[in-house]
Design a binder for this molecule. Structure first.
Ligand SMILES: [Zn+2]
Length: 352
């Protein structure tokens, strides 16, 4: 976390955006569950990390686009995000840049080491404080020209722990199943030891209270994964286990590894870790794209059918600029990304 600026700025206010976007449903958009969030800060090239860390988070937002294959190119994603932001918040209507006249920048997150799969997470900097504040007021923004997700800062630790297979009980029995899963956890020495270590790391004196709180937070969700094309091979039953992570973020990977190694004995069978999942839409690790909640929401404007398409390497700005907006009815060439990014690719891009 950054120190606050020496001259205290007035508190940011929530803005009403100019562009058309889907307001959240009565129950807020769910926060996608992805462990990659932690990787943003833990597994990043040193030069990138430095660039991220020196940003004023009051004028920045962590964004990522939905991730169909078309958006695999980081440059395409960066243009897509800025274009969507300008659609929501036209620079001529809202003061987009901070008063000092700094320009916007996009710092892409690229995983370190040999990870060939570029995860499209971006720090968009140089926003108006009110814009940054409003963006963080909901985890997902959906517009007719595109959709993106917003992460709070600091990035929250995902609560998803494991997806269990081999438990052929019925969804109506989720209560008794939860009881048995909690019993498995509280009788597991590795679980108790790791929560105890978490209490020490977090300077919590009452270890039992942390164990209780962790167990109380256990939430079970039933998911049914379609097999084959359009479930031609039926459905696979899974039980997703969520709970508060009692250890610091840097130990999250070890926590998950420990939970996933547990064999959960219940009267229906022994639940074990199922194959990992990754939603290619919202980057969540607790489901697959075929059952992703987001596109099914009533206020989701940007569906698979309407999302702008660009080929890898192709700029998406002209694609977005050519889309008709509801208020204008026809394409507006001024809507697209206008090339204000510093150095074209952003300072945070990996350098070798
Ligand atoms: Zn998803």
């Amino acid at each position: 976390m950054q120190d606050p600026p020496p001259d205290a700025a007035p508190p940011p206010v929530l803005l009403t955006f100019e562009g058309e976007y889907a307001k959240p449903d009565e129950k807020p958009f769910p926060l996608p569950q992805t462990c990659t969030w932690l990787g943003i800060f833990e597994n990043t090239m040193p030069a990138q990390k430095e660039a991220w860390n020196e940003q004023d988070m009051n004028t920045a937002a962590i964004l990522y686009p939905p991730r169909p294959a078309d958006y695999a190119n980081p440059s395409v994603c960066a243009e897509f995000l800025l274009s969507t932001l300008e659609f929501l918040c036209p620079p001529e209507k809202e003061e987009f840049a901070p008063p000092e006249g700094e320009i916007r920048d996009v710092l892409p997150y690229q995983p370190a080491s040999n990870n060939a799969r570029a995860e499209p997470f971006y720090l968009v900097t140089g926003l108006n404080r009110n814009v940054a504040h409003t963006l963080r007021s909901q985890p997902a923004w959906s517009t007719r020209v595109g959709t993106f997700f917003v992460l709070p800062n600091p990035v929250p630790i995902p609560s998803f722990a494991v997806s269990l297979k081999n438990l052929p009980c019925r969804p109506q029995q989720i209560g008794p199943l939860r009881t048995e899963i909690v019993q498995n956890l509280e009788n597991n020495a590795n679980f108790i030891n790791m929560v105890t270590a978490g209490a020490i790391d977090n300077n919590i004196d009452d270890v039992d209270a942390l164990i209780d709180a962790t167990l109380k937070s256990v939430d079970i969700k039933h998911i049914s994964l379609p097999r084959g094309d359009n479930a031609t091979a039926g459905f696979e039953n899974r039980w997703n286990v969520y709970m508060k992570c009692p250890v610091p973020a840097e130990r999250h990977a070890g926590w998950i590894k420990m939970i996933q190694a547990i064999h959960f004995k219940a009267k229906w069978g022994t639940g074990t870790k199922a194959d990992p999942m990754r939603c290619t839409y919202c980057s969540g690790t607790d489901h697959q794209r075929s059952i992703c909640d987001y596109p099914a929401m009533a206020n989701w404007l940007d569906t698979e059918d309407t999302a702008p398409q660009a080929l890898p390497g192709q700029s998406i700005a002209p694609v977005i600029a050519a889309l008709p907006t509801q208020s204008e009815g026809s394409g507006n060439k001024n809507r697209g990304y206008k090339g204000k990014r510093r150095n074209g690719q952003g300072r945070g891009k990996a350098r070798n």
